[in-house]
Design a protein around this ligand. Structure first.
Ligand SMILES: [Zn+2]
Length: 284
């Protein structure tokens, strides 16, 4: 993606220098606790999209070298530009539909962080909290994409940011709330299906964003869409589950299979039409 020298969003809250919440728990246990907190919350009428988007990985809290710091800052600038692009694109789409886009804040953190939805650690992966309308990203996720998920490239990260912004759009449109209400009245398996549809729509919105960003800024480079699709493929629930347990249990899917994620990102990218993003009534 062409991003150097372009506008970076002013809605970035940089908490990388802060020491987090002071919780004295180790990464793995911390991740588990976060997961439990989120599970409890999601059973209590809170949007399922705030469940951390990716499985617990490793969080690195070791001090950084100067070189790593410089790289981290460059990544911070990059996500700032991606966020700015999402602001411009969604402001236009909302305006075209007669409403106004409320911009979310992106919180950069390192290690652990306190969010409006509870404490979280880098191990929870990037997530969106609908209660404070903020996206939370630990930049070490870049490495995780590259090394653990084999999804390198700047546009893989752009896709992740755009997906989280997609959850914000769902909050603004009231979709997230509707789904939460339905989930409260349905079985766990049925609830998971709705959760998947919500996730796939966030993927669709990420693709939609890429389409409009290209139209507005000609910012895409060759290989970008392939990088995003590769990331969508790598972080599908079926893949993650297989890696974690060796078997796939469809009822427990909350994000969609690799194929579904790629399908919806691509549909958003190819059509650029927000009306095509009804993942709820189409069975794929
Ligand atoms: Zn998501």
């Amino acid at each position: 993606m062409k991003w150097i020298g372009r506008r970076s969003s002013s809605n970035v809250e940089d908490r990388r220098g802060m020491s987090g919440t002071g919780l004295a728990v180790g990464g793995g246990i911390g991740g588990l606790i976060i997961y439990l907190i989120f599970s409890l919350l999601s059973g209590n009428g809170i949007d399922p999209s705030q469940i951390p988007d990716l499985n617990p990985g490793q969080s690195s809290s070791a001090p950084m070298s100067e070189e790593q710091k410089a790289e981290d800052d460059q990544r911070a600038n990059f996500v700032g530009v991606v966020l700015a692009d999402t602001e411009d694109v969604w402001s236009k789409i909302f305006a075209d539909n007669g409403s106004q886009y409320r911009k979310p804040t992106l919180v950069l953190f390192r290690g652990r962080v306190q969010s409006g939805c509870g404490n979280a650690s880098a191990a929870s992966g990037p997530f969106y909290c609908p209660l404070d309308e903020k996206l939370y990203i630990d930049l070490s996720f870049y490495e995780e994409l590259q090394e653990r998920f084999k999804a390198p490239g700047d546009f893989a990260m752009a896709y992740v940011v755009a997906h989280e912004v997609g959850h914000h759009v769902q909050k603004l449109m009231g979709t997230a709330e509707k789904v939460t209400r339905i989930r409260q009245q349905s079985s766990e398996a049925e609830g998971n299906r709705y959760s998947v549809m919500l996730e796939l729509q966030a993927d669709f919105y990420a693709g939609l964003w890429a389409n409009h960003a290209q139209k507005m800024f000609s910012s895409l480079e060759e290989g970008d869409i392939a990088e995003a699709l590769n990331a969508a493929n790598a972080i599908g629930d079926d893949r993650l589950q297989k890696q974690a347990t060796g078997e796939v249990v469809p009822d427990a899917f909350t994000h969609g299979t690799s194929q579904q994620r790629m399908y919806w990102f691509k549909k958003g990218y190819e059509t650029g039409d927000i009306r095509q993003g009804d993942t709820f009534s189409s069975e794929r």
